[in-house]
Design a protein around this ligand. Structure first.
Ligand SMILES: *Cc1c(COP(=O)(O)O)cnc(C)c1O
Length: 430
């Protein structure tokens, strides 16, 4: 496989864009290569500018559950585009998509659209703080909630501690209300409640963590979080930006039984267009501007083209109740195939699947939190990633990302990827 055009394109991009990319993970730096530049997508495949074809398990980091250039989404988008790109005034599509979401998620009575997952989470945190009139909130090490200042905290060991910013440019004053706890460890959460001087506004969690590899929360852990929130008058925020419409149509909430207060959505909700959303009970949403005093706004929020894409995609996902079982079957087969290839060569591997989401670590430790995830052999992963790419399999270029199956990822593609994995591991251990 030749990557000559991509290599040149990367060099040129590097001159005018920091790191040559508009989002750091795309740079392939953690797998030690240079990124391929994409020319187009076709169903379950990506085609780069050198003409190489890959089975795509990244799917724009989650959104493309229907695969690339889905005909129905494409049609809806083109129809919307012809009417104009944005009005900054209400459109019917917003109400339609909001109605769908309210029907799907029991925990959402009203929803507001924004343009990214980051914005959704940032606004949810503000809403929880404004509603409870408290500043502190609890987040978990290894959970990613976008790049808003107060959420860019995850450094440090698993000890419950007051957060220090994990990026220059974030003043410590803006993260001193972010309390850090350990995923799946309820004692660390209790400690945060004890440490908080003026009360905790909310706990934010990915109920199916997808940003330290794939790490589902224990159901009892989530139950205990719910109980702690109720006891202390704090709100429980489920960040389902990744897991929503992915793990199941209701995300975690279609699999587990713990009820959140606020839910944040993104990625699949826009089918590849920039959309995020947050929602909860009417009484809490009533605090939001213009009904209430908590300010939140967006020039392109509820963008008509993005709403059209979301609606078309959701309509398809709802129409066929077998979609998620098929996707999960494929994800399980893929992980079982990877596991078998690794086992045959005595390479340690653990895997996880939730609906169309999958994750694997080169490690023999069951991963329950971020510290466990760090035991993964990421150097080996980097080499594995390069081998898989050469064999036409496009995996996320970091061992701490989740992989995705789309409706367009066929059984044949899964088998092809398993064969590529077998060969790659053999070559790496030869
Ligand atoms: C991707 C992601 C975000 C941020 O969404 P952006 O659209 O990238 O801003 C927030 N939370 C979770 C759980 C995510 O996976």
């Amino acid at each position: 496989m030749s990557y000559n055009k991509s290599k040149l394109a990367f060099k040129e991009a590097y001159q005018v864009i920091p790191g040559g990319v508009d989002s750091p993970v795309r740079a392939f730096s953690s797998v030690g290569g240079t990124p391929v530049f994409i020319e187009r997508g076709e169903g379950g495949h990506l085609i780069d500018i050198d003409g190489n074809r890959y089975i795509d398990f990244v799917q724009s980091w989650g959104p493309l559950i229907l695969g690339h250039a889905d005909k129905d989404v494409e049609k809806a988008v083109i129809e919307a585009v012809k009417k104009g790109l944005s009005f900054g005034a209400p459109t019917l599509n917003e109400t339609d998509l909001a109605t769908e979401i309210v029907e799907i998620f029991e925990s959402i009575e009203k929803v507001r659209f924004v343009s990214s997952g980051t914005e959704a989470v940032m606004s949810a945190i503000r809403l929880a703080r404004g509603y409870t009139k408290r500043d502190d909130f609890i987040k978990f090490t290894g959970c990613y909630h976008g790049h808003a200042d107060s959420l860019l905290v995850q450094a440090g060991s698993g000890m419950a501690t007051f957060g220090s910013p994990s990026s220059p440019g974030v003043p410590a004053d803006l993260t001193k209300h972010t309390l850090l706890a350990t995923y799946n460890d309820i004692e660390s959460v209790k400690k945060c409640f004890e440490q908080s001087e003026n009360g905790v506004s909310s706990i934010i969690i990915e109920p199916i963590a997808g940003n330290m590899g794939l790490v589902p929360a224990d159901e009892t852990f989530l139950e205990e979080l719910r109980a702690l929130c109720d006891k202390h008058g704090a709100l429980l925020i489920f960040d389902e930006v990744m897991s929503g419409f992915r793990a199941s149509i209701r995300g975690y909430q279609g699999i587990g039984s713990v009820k959140p207060d606020i839910v944040t959505l993104g990625k699949v909700i826009g089918a590849g267009m920039p959309v995020g959303a947050f929602g909860t009970r009417k009484e809490i949403m009533a605090e939001l501007s213009p009904e209430g005093p908590i300010y939140q706004a967006g020039t392109l929020s509820g963008n008509p083209v993005a709403m059209a894409a979301g609606l078309a995609s959701l309509k398809k996902l709802k129409a066929d109740p077998t979609i998620y079982t098929t996707l999960e079957k494929r994800a399980k087969r893929l992980m079982q195939g990877f596991q078998a290839s690794a086992d045959a060569l005595n390479i340690p591997m653990v895997t996880n699947v939730r609906g169309s989401m999958f994750g694997f670590y080169f490690s023999d430790k069951v991963v329950k939190n971020f510290d466990d995830a760090l035991e993964n052999n990421s150097e080996f992963f980097g080499k594995f990633h390069g081998k898989m790419l050469e064999k036409g399999v496009y995996l996320a270029c970091s061992s701490y990302e989740t992989g995705f199956i789309s409706v367009a990822t066929s059984d044949e593609m899964i088998e092809e990827a398993i064969r590529a994995c077998e060969e790659s591991l053999k070559e790496l251990t030869a």
